[in-house]
Design a binder for this molecule. Structure first.
Ligand SMILES: Nc1nc2c(ncn2[C@@H]2O[C@H](COP(=O)(O)OP(=O)(O)OP(=O)(O)O)[C@@H](O)[C@H]2O)c(=O)[nH]1
Ligand SMILES: [Mg+2]
Length: 353
C-alpha cells in the first residue's frame, strides 16, 4: 500500500483521503468485489472525493463500471504510472518513449471504450465512410510508427556514441535498480554531477552518462530510469532502447534499497531481476549493491544476505559516502581484471604489427 501511496504522491496533485484494501481484483464487473464497491461509493459521495485510484491493472469495462457506479473518475495503476512519467519527462527522447507507452496502453482499449460509451452499436461513420473508431485506431498506429522511427534514429546516434566510447576503451559501469534506490545520488557522488534526486518515484527518466575516475583510470557511469514491480512489458519495451544502452555496460551495479523490510527488499530484488532477465542481461555482469545502509535495519539485512546467498555484499550509503571506497575498489578490480587480458592482446598485436 505504501508504494501505491508513493506513486500517487509522486504525481504531485493528489491529496489522498482514504485507502481501501482488497485481497484480489479478479471480479469481472468492477475488479473489486461488489461489497467493496458499495463501501467506496458511500465514502466518495459522503466526502465529495474527485477521483478513485486503483493500484492494479483494470480492464476498460471495469473502469467504466466503477466510474458509472461511483460517479467519479477512475484511474488504474498503468494510467497512474503514465501520468507520473508525463510529469517527469524532460528530454525529447523520454517524451517519445512515454507517448509510445501511452499508445500501447490505448490501442487495445479503443474498441472496448467506444463500445462502452456508445453501446453495442458501431460508433458512427467518419467523413470518408470509415467508422470513427477505425480512423482513430489507424491514426494511433501511424503515430506509433512515427515515434518508433524517431526513437530508432535517436538510438542509432547513441549507438554511434557508444561505439566511439568502446573504441576509446573506456569501461562503462551502469546503475540500475528499483525506483528511488539511490542510483542518482550515487551517480552524483561519483561523477560530481548535480542531477535531480528526490524521494518521489521515477525522478530520473532519461539516461545520462558521465565520466569518473578510479585510481587514475577514466570510466563512464550511466544512470537511467528505475524499475517498479508489475510494470507491464509494453512500458519496459517503450524504454528498451535507453535501457539496452545502459545494459551494454561492462559492469551493472544493481542497487537495492536496504532501508526497507525484508519482504519489500525481496520483492523489489525479484522484480529487478525479472526486468533484467526480460532484457536479456548477462547475469555475470550484475553486481548487487546494498544501498542506503545508513538507515537499514541491520538484523533484517544480515538475514537477507544469507537468503540471497551473499556472504559479504557491498554495502554503501550514497548519501553519507559510506562504503564508496570499497565500491570503487570493487569496480576497479572487476573491470581491470576483465579488461587487462584483452588490452594485453591488443598491445601485443600492435607490437607485432
Ligand atoms: N538515508 C539515505 N537516503 C538516501 C541514500 N541515497 C539516496 N537517498 C535518498 O533516497 C531518495 C531517492 O534517491 P535517488 O538518488 O533520487 O534515487 P533513484 O534511484 O535515482 O530514484 P529514481 O530516479 O526515481 O529511480 C532521495 O530522497 C535521496 O536523498 C542513502 O544512502 N541514505
Ligand atoms: Mg534517479
Amino acid at each position: 500500500m505504501q508504494e501505491g501511496k508513493d506513486l500517487v504522491e509522486s504525481v504531485g496533485n493528489y491529496n489522498i483521503v482514504k485507502c481501501f484494501t482488497q485481497k484480489d481484483l479478479t471480479h469481472r464487473q468492477y475488479g473489486l468485489g461488489s461489497g467493496k464497491v458499495e463501501e467506496i461509493k458511500e465514502f466518495v459521495q459522503k466526502n465529495e472525493s474527485d477521483q478513485i485510484i486503483v493500484d492494479e491493472h483494470m480492464t476498460p469495462k471495469q473502469i467504466y463500471n466503477l466510474e458509472k457506479t461511483t460517479g467519479v473518475k477512475v484511474v488504474d495503476r498503468e494510467r497512474l504510472i503514465l501520468d507520473l512519467f508525463y510529469t517527469r519527462a524532460t528530454t525529447s527522447e523520454a517524451k517519445l518513449q512515454i507517448q509510445l507507452a501511452e499508445i500501447k496502453y490505448e490501442l487495445p482499449r479503443i474498441r472496448e471504450n467506444a463500445t462502452l460509451l456508445i453501446g453495442n452499436e458501431r460508433p458512427g461513420k467518419g467523413g470518408s465512410g470509415e467508422y470513427i473508431v477505425d480512423v482513430k485506431f489507424r491514426d494511433l498506429k501511424r503515430r506509433m510508427g512515427f515515434i518508433i522511427k524517431k526513437l530508432a534514429d535517436a538510438r542509432k546516434k547513441r549507438e554511434l556514441y557508444h561505439d566511439q566510447r568502446v573504441d576509446n576503451k573506456m569501461p562503462i559501469v551502469s546503475l540500475v535498480g528499483y525506483t528511488s534506490s539511490g542510483k542518482t545520488t550515487l551517480f552524483n557522488l561519483l561523477t560530481l554531477e548535480s542531477k535531480e534526486i528526490s524521494e518521489n518515484l521515477f525522478t530520473t527518466l532519461s539516461t545520462t552518462t558521465r565520466s569518473f575516475i578510479i585510481g587514475g583510470q577514466k570510466l563512464l557511469l550511466t544512470d537511467t530510469v528505475g524499475f517498479i514491480r508489475r510494470l507491464p512489458t509494453y512500458m519496459i519495451d517503450a524504454f528498451k532502447s535507453t535501457l539496452e544502452e545502459s545494459l551494454m555496460a561492462d559492469m551493472i551495479l544493481l542497487l537495492i534499497d536496504s532501508s526497507q523490510s525484508e519482504e519489500e527488499i525481496r520483492i523489489k530484488y525479484n522484480s529487478c531481476m525479472k526486468v533484467l532477465e526480460e532484457l536479456n542481461v548477462d547475469k555475470e555482469k550484475i553486481v548487487i549493491i546494498f544501498s542506503k545502509i545508513d538507515i537499514a535495519e541491520f538484523n533484517d539485512i544480515k538475514r537477507i544476505f544469507t537468503g540471497l546467498n551473499m556472504l559479504d555484499p557491498i554495502q554503501i550509503s550514497p548519501k553519507t559516502g559510506y562504503g564508496i571506497n570499497k565500491l570503487k575498489k570493487l569496480i576497479s578490480r572487476k573491470i581491470l581484471v576483465k579488461k587487462t587480458p584483452q588490452e594485453m592482446v591488443n598491445v601485443t598485436t600492435a607490437l607485432c604489427n
